[in-house]
Design a protein around this ligand. Sequence first.
Ligand code: NAD
Length: 469
Amino acid sequence: MRNCTQFYIDGRWTDPVTPATADVINPATEQVSGVISLGSEADVDLAVKAARCAFGSWSQSSVAERLDLLRAIQAGYAARMQELGEAVTEEMGAPLSLGTGFHVGLGAGHLQTAIEVLETFRFEEQKGPTLLVREPIGVCGLITPWNWPLNQVTVKVFPALATGCTTVLKPPQLAPYSAQILAEILDKAGVPAGVFNMVQGKGSVIGAALSRHPDVDMISFTGSEPVGVQISKDAADTVKRVGLELGGKSAWVILDDDQLAANVAAATSGMMVNAGQTCSAGSRLLVPNARLAEALAAARSAAETVTVGDPLSDVAMGPVVSKAQWNVVQDYIAKGLDEGAELIAGGLGRPEGIDRGYFCKPTVFRGTNDMVIAREEIFGPVLVIIGYDDMDDAVAIANDSPFGLGGYVSGQDRDTAIAIARRMRTGAIWVNGGFDFHAPFGGYKRSGNGREWGEHGFAEYLEVKSIIG
Ligand code: NAD
């Protein structure tokens, strides 16, 4: 049983002002795996006060001091990677190999990237008669989701610290363990009191209190669109900066060439990673109509080879995070069947042989872009394959979405792939794979307004001052 009943405020582990707790459920077993405290507005007040007090000195700290701190955190992080991965698996159900692998690796990567960017970042720049000075914005409320819990915390906390901001982190209620360990790492590394604070609890209480707080200068939020809208409204009265990293319904375009089957298979298994709970997942797979039968066969066989089961065993896919999320996924699968999408693989219910845990079947539909399953973010292992006639049609379908977070193009003709990528209205597009911690990540349209990762991630936390003359 894990215990997250204390908050980290002003450099100390602190009991909540008013005791209240909630169980945390292991999604693979449906058993209680631990307990967290549910904070109140009073806890948020204490954390914000500590962050405000610490801002005076931390905002004036030197780059060398901040680099020293980040390197000390890096040593602590490296020493606890296995534990962090196990925590991720227990809190949100990712297979252990994914938890200790990519989940933890993303956190390590954001930390290393923050160090690299800070080493060369130009906080000051003379432009003609004007001295441009980039200064930390102030006290930042950081609100994160459960799906890549370490990734989302680290991509906010490290750039915020590196730029001289002070922070109050509100981790996801469903997945609080990895954030708790990270807070222990920061504490041990010697983060000055008040520079980093953490309060656990309900979004509607802690998140809302941060969003409305008059002494918070900025909210950086990753999560769902409706909550992003609510935060923006809550933050409006105090004219905060609000960085929003929201959902997606990203298109994956497969070009018509002799790699088509292999590319469809890779995109299908890619969709099932993390049980489909990835904001930038390629959940709409666009294939040439002329090769539809071949594409469907490749997708079916790829989906059917995805192993599902106990995340502590050697499987490709664990459960989704919660009973509520399982119900959402089932409702969308039922909706797809109702609206006449053709079921290619998977379907309703748990995979055969599994009778507990929030496990879904890796599911593939052939549908059209006007179906609900192609328009709304499902956030589960459900792929919709849509046929296109030609490149213009592929681009039109890709762009016909309220979202614009990720995108993918796979095919041998790189010029065509890049031409399509240029025409897609979305924040990040992967052409035949690739990965870059320095590439900005964020959305067009209803996928948000922020840009995290690398140097752009620093800009989120900085004000720009002009000193003229
Ligand atoms: P969510 O919006 O329900 O919750 C996100 C966080 O906001 C949680 O910590 C939650 O407690 C908090 N919250 C809830 N209500 C709040 C309120 N009224 N005020 C302030 N905070 C509140 O999202 P989720 O279900 O945890 O995560 C899934 C969503 O996150 C998906 O839509 C996914 O696409 C999105 N996401 C986006 C990105 C990105 O980078 N764009 C990355 C990962 C996940």
